[in-house]
Design a protein around this ligand. Structure first.
Ligand code: PEP
Ligand code: MN
Length: 333
């Protein structure tokens, strides 16, 4: 349920409305906008009589919300959410570039990539340390050492670092990581989402490869319901019948989610494209669709990359792409 307040509501009346709702075990989320203040009510609102609230002098309108996601719903929070990741900001009209290798391989590799992407305008370094692999026999990542090397790259460049967490037991190792990635395969790991909701670090939630928008937003809701509202959504493609790309990049997700949610939306063209030449072909379309940022795989030596080399951009190609994307974003305004 949403309560839209009249302009400049009487503070004492507002406090007593909130206290009355909280007595009924309703969580009240106040969102102060440029014109109106909105109260988003979460909980068992079936027992609340909307007419009773509408009758109050400070209330302009009361609406029931049909969607099952509340905290993530734009109706609850009309202003775009901006998530701070180290010195970088994601959301609210800027274009954030995040880049880095699929997996951290060595200090020389990650530091060189970090320096190159920073010079190209990226503001977040991504790199995997715990890799979710389809096969248990495939390389699983450097683990703790990979996280340590990401921190070395951050110390060298000042770039905040993002890495995927595959198990809540890894959380202590992420205490000094700036952005936690929940991979596509874990999008509906509800226990993991619950744990990430009870801590404050920003979370980038990849879309599950078979997930609908509503399922994806319900996963965001799991994190937000725990109190952590620093959630970023990332579209990386969905399973389709077409075998020439690993996943089909669903760019309609960007404008549709923009209406449904206030959370920032990124696009990862690399994992969908699965071939490096295709990444610069499709990434501008994501910018044109209105995305808040791009997450791209970049490797200093893609041919010898341990993982996802065929889809990784070399630093020069990333540099050209970053310039193009930034120019396009500026042009579109
Ligand atoms: C990745 O970002 O390199 C990755 C493997 O992501 P996901 O787990 O979402 O496939
Ligand atoms: Mn990868």
């Amino acid at each position: 349920m949403i309560v839209v307040l009249k302009q400049n509501p009487n503070p004492a009346q507002l406090d007593s409305l909130i206290a009355w709702l909280e007595e009924k075990h309703i969580e009240v989320n106040k969102s102060v906008g440029t014109t109106h203040t909105i109260l988003g009510l979460v909980g068992d609102t079936a027992a609340i009589d909307p007419d009773l609230i509408s009758a109050l002098g400070i209330v302009e309108d009361v609406k029931r919300v049909q969607e099952p996601y509340k905290h993530a719903n734009r109706k609850f929070h009309p202003e775009a959410t901006v998530v701070q990741v180290g010195d970088a900001k994601i959301g609210g009209g800027t274009l954030t570039l995040m880049a880095g290798p699929c997996t951290v391989e060595s200090e020389a590799q990650i530091v060189e990539i970090a320096k190159r992407i920073k010079a190209s305008g990226a503001s977040i370094l991504r790199g995997g340390a715990f890799k979710p692999r389809t096969s248990p026999y495939s390389y699983q990542g450097m683990g703790e050492e990979g996280i340590a090397l990401l921190k070395t790259a951050r110390a060298e460049t000042g770039l905040p670092i993002a890495a995927e967490l595959t198990d809540s037991a890894q959380l202590p190792l992420f205490a000094d990581v700036d952005l936690i990635q929940v991979g596509a395969r874990n999008m509906q790991n509800f226990a993991l989402l619950g744990v990430l909701g009870r801590q404050e670090k920003p979370v980038m939630l990849m879309r599950g490869h078979c997930a609908t928008y509503e399922e994806w937003l319900m996963s965001a809701e799991y994190i937000m319901a725990g109190g952590n509202h620093n959630v970023i959504l990332c579209e990386g493609g969905i399973r389709s019948l077409e075998p020439s790309t690993r996943y089909a990049l669903d760019l309609a997700a960007v404008p549709i989610l923009r209406r449904l949610t206030h959370l920032p939306i990124l696009v990862d063209p690399s994992h969908a494209a699965s071939r490096s030449w295709l990444v610069p072909e499709i990434a501008p379309a994501a910018v044109a669709a209105g995305v808040d940022g791009i997450s791209a795989e970049v490797h200093n030596d893609p041919e010898h990359a341990v993982m996802d080399g065929p889809q990784s951009l070399d630093p020069d190609t990333f540099d050209a792409l970053a310039k193009k994307l930034t120019a396009l974003h500026d042009y579109l305004g």
